[in-house]
Design a protein around this ligand. Structure first.
Ligand SMILES: [Zn+2]
Length: 255
């Protein structure tokens, strides 16, 4: 059995200096590869550095909605160069966050669209963050060509929203939230999404799955996310691991 954590922030300060330990812990839980996610200039650089340093680490870089206001022409130029580096497998995380609203919403939407266009030009998949903005996210994705792949990260949309997203060329990545007892809408969404379109992630150091909820999350814990998916899908953990591994390799062209 082998797993991939397709969205993790090993570049977060909480892991600094101990990344190799966390990778060894992940390997012990059969997590063979992971994709380290950038979100702003500093996290992007750190994701690239970790991908260069560790064989099993890949990177994605992008401007998340919090820093959308800082995405000017110079930032776009630098991001374009970074996206061409080896082991950079996607543009992300990008999207909309109407919960924190750190950038004006019209700026968030414009920068999201600009990065979707950039990914298309570079033939790269995108990794999408959406919080309290599912309808707008859907409308934006609907008018973009997603042939190079799109992953909805830590997906927690309602079943009705899931039905709409299922009509687009997107994959659904579930996090530890799927293991939370009270997350009944997410459980329903897991059941609606075919295993062929499902990925698993930790979003570490956030969203720690059961049985470690309340503690700091880490990449290895994608094992417990996969376990929660297996329970909801009433299939074996091995099946979830094999299918999500294959889906992840395919959407990010890891091989
Ligand atoms: Zn994240």
């Amino acid at each position: 059995m082998r797993l991939i954590d397709n969205h993790t922030h090993l570049n977060d300060a909480v892991f600094r200096g101990r990344e190799a330990d966390y990778l060894a812990r992940a390997k012990a839980l059969q997590v063979e590869r992971l994709i380290c996610v950038g979100q702003d200039p500093e996290f992007n650089l750190r994701a690239l550095a970790l991908a260069a340093q560790f064989q099993l680490v890949y990177a994605m870089v992008g401007y998340c909605p919090d820093v959308a206001s800082k995405f000017d022409d110079a930032a776009c130029e630098l991001l374009t160069q970074q996206l061409r580096q080896p082991k950079v497998v996607a543009l992300g995380e990008i999207g909309l966050d109407y919960y924190w609203d750190e950038s004006p919403r019209e700026v968030q939407r414009a920068v999201f669209e600009r990065q979707l266009d950039l990914a298309y030009q570079l033939h790269l998949p995108v990794n999408i963050h959406t919080r309290d903005a599912f309808s707008d996210c859907y409308e934006i994705l609907k008018r973009h060509d997603l042939r190079y792949g799109a992953v909805l990260h830590s997906y927690n949309g309602s079943p009705a929203m899931t039905q709409r997203f299922l009509t687009l060329n997107v994959q659904f990545s579930f996090s530890g939230v799927a293991s939370f007892t009270k997350a009944t809408e997410v459980h329903e969404s897991v059941k609606l999404v075919p295993l062929e379109r499902l990925l698993v992630e930790t979003d570490a150091p956030y969203l720690t799955p059961k049985p470690y909820r309340g503690k700091q999350n880490e990449p290895g814990y994608v094992y417990y996310v996969a376990q929660a998916i297996a329970e909801l899908k009433a299939c074996s953990l091995e099946r979830v691991a094999a299918q999500t591994y294959a889906n992840t390799v395919k959407v990010y062209h890891l091989e």
